[in-house]
Design a protein around this ligand. Structure first.
Ligand SMILES: Cc1cc2nc3c(=O)[nH]c(=O)nc-3n(C[C@H](O)[C@H](O)[C@H](O)COP(=O)(O)OP(=O)(O)OC[C@H]3O[C@@H](n4cnc5c(N)ncnc54)[C@H](O)[C@@H]3O)c2cc1C
Length: 447
């Protein structure tokens, strides 16, 4: 029996495996082959993979390709995206996880059993695929359902891959009356046309491939994209509804990635959110492994992080839906513009208690909250802000070098304290002209 059993080797499961093995846990990762897909990773998603040490995956992601957008009748060139064949990316992620020390097992998880020691997963023939004291559900949208907490309008993605001649990689997105389309061109000549439409827009038992072909023929941008190309296989449908489920945290189990919440692909945040979630989950699992009594604090952290990542992606998607004003009366656009992501509870500006990650562990700490930083800031330049503000209050006279005095009181270097004081002054928590609160040369900021 290993320490942690992870089901699902997508970005969430593999990054978590790498993080946990780096923290000294013995990890089993059980996964099966995924559906074929071509996706565009945001620059932040690839940065997250790099930070997790998944360098083979970063190599597969390659350089970002140019992206064009035609929306609300306007043409723009946005930040590039890394176009990836998800089969290749996920194979590289699995190699990264194995190189980090995770034990890989290829198989399809069919049933999970909870015993006195921990969890065991078996395939359809009853053969044990792996076991672990802590269970992580990371099987993406194919994970057994957990209750939904919020859900956007039902959205389907109907995609088809084509083969053309080799060309420069690039992608494009455009809106149309009943949805939007994502187009991709890979250097090996493969092209993708993926149409995102309302769940009710396709008649039951429709021939998807014929439906997709008719739609492509009616959309000049899509027709032009695949001119002189031949289809590879039929059109395929996937559910692309934004949905947030319970992360299901218990002292020995947790859901992560799309299994916990799946974002609207229009946000472009899917893989980024899965990777960010994996970092947070590693801290949660590491904390519970040594301190099961921390479950309530870890639970608050996990719930907040889940809601925050989901709201962030939902807001990014909704901005695009609201920006398209030509078809506001069509059901696709009306429903999505009217689906407001649940606003995160706003906290008053000032010091609040929050569950935060400190050195890969989750602890309840007093942080400084601002409207721009609702999760709060624990420290600047390594100086915790709550004790610093208390130290300023103990000696309210602002004369002399405040940084030296606070530094002595807190046992911290005055240079770092000066940087933290300058940040407090810039953000309106102290007068701007505070002596000793100016950034000293060579001091950097950190959150
Ligand atoms: C149509 C569509 C287009 C998208 N496009 C983009 C995009 O362009 N950019 C982007 O950033 N995000 C995109 N996303 C979102 C992105 O795919 C997901 O957010 C991301 O892959 C989630 O990672 P994950 O690890 O949680 O789950 P997944 O990537 O789904 O990984 C789950 C893993 O579990 C395995 N698994 C499933 N069932 C079992 C089982 N029974 N036993 C063992 N293993 C199992 C699967 O094979 C897979 O390897 C898109 C989503 C959709 C639906």
């Amino acid at each position: 029996m290993t320490d942690v059993l992870i089901l699902g080797g997508g970005p969430a499961g593999t990054v978590l495996a790498r993080r946990l093995t780096a923290l000294g846990h013995v990890v089993t990762l059980v996964t099966c082959a995924r559906r074929r897909a071509i996706e565009g990773l945001s620059l932040r998603a690839v940065e997250g993979l790099r930070r997790a040490g998944c360098l083979q995956a970063v190599t597969v992601a390659g350089r970002p390709a140019a992206r064009r957008v035609e929306w609300n009748g306007q043409h723009t060139a946005l930040n590039g995206e890394h176009l990836v064949d998800r089969g290749h990316l996920d194979d590289a992620l699995l190699r990264d996880a194995a190189d980090g020390g995770a034990i890989l097992c290829h198989g399809t998880a069919a049933a999970i059993e909870r015993g006195t020691e921990g969890w065991r997963v078996v395939d359809t023939t009853g053969v044990t695929l792996g076991s672990g004291r802590f269970l992580v559900e990371a099987r993406g949208r194919r994970a057994p359902n957990a209750p939904a907490r919020e859900s956007g309008p039902r959205t389907l993605a109907i995609g088809r891959v084509y083969q053309g001649s080799a060309r420069r990689a690039g992608s494009a997105a455009f809106s149309f009356a009943d949805g939007w389309a994502w187009l991709a061109a890979l250097p090996d000549g493969r092209r993708v046309v993926q149409l995102f439409i309302d769940g009710a827009a396709i008649p039951a038992r429709a021939d998807l491939t014929a439906w997709h072909a008719a739609m492509v023929a009616s959309l000049p941008q899509a027709t032009g994209w695949i001119a002189d190309c031949t289809p590879i296989g039929d059109a395929e449908v996937s559910d692309a509804t934004a949905i947030r489920r319970s992360p299901g945290l218990e002292v020995d189990r947790l859901r992560i990635g799309d299994a916990a919440f799946a974002v609207d692909p229009l946000s472009g945040h899917g893989v980024f959110a899965a990777v960010a979630w994996a970092f947070a989950a590693a801290a949660a699992i590491d904390t519970l492994a040594t301190d099961p009594a921390a479950l309530p604090v870890v639970g608050r952290f996990v719930d907040d992080r889940c809601a925050e990542l989901f709201a962030h992606a939902a807001e990014a998607g909704n901005q695009f839906y609201r920006a398209e004003e030509r078809w506001v009366d069509r059901p696709f656009w009306r429903h999505r513009a009217a689906w407001p992501p649940a606003p995160l509870p706003s906290a008053d500006r000032g010091i609040h208690s929050r569950a935060v990650v400190v050195n890969d562990r989750i602890e309840e700490r007093r942080v400084l909250v601002t409207p721009a930083l609702p999760r709060g800031v624990l420290a600047i330049a390594g100086i915790e802000l709550s004790p610093l503000l208390e130290s300023v209050a103990i000696e309210p006279s602002l004369g002399g070098d405040l940084a030296d005095r606070c530094g002595r009181q807190l046992g911290q270097p005055a240079g770092h304290v000066a940087v933290a004081l300058a940040w407090l002054a810039t953000n309106g928590f102290l007068p701007r002209d505070l002596p000793g609160a100016k950034s000293r040369p060579g001091q950097s900021r950190q959150r």
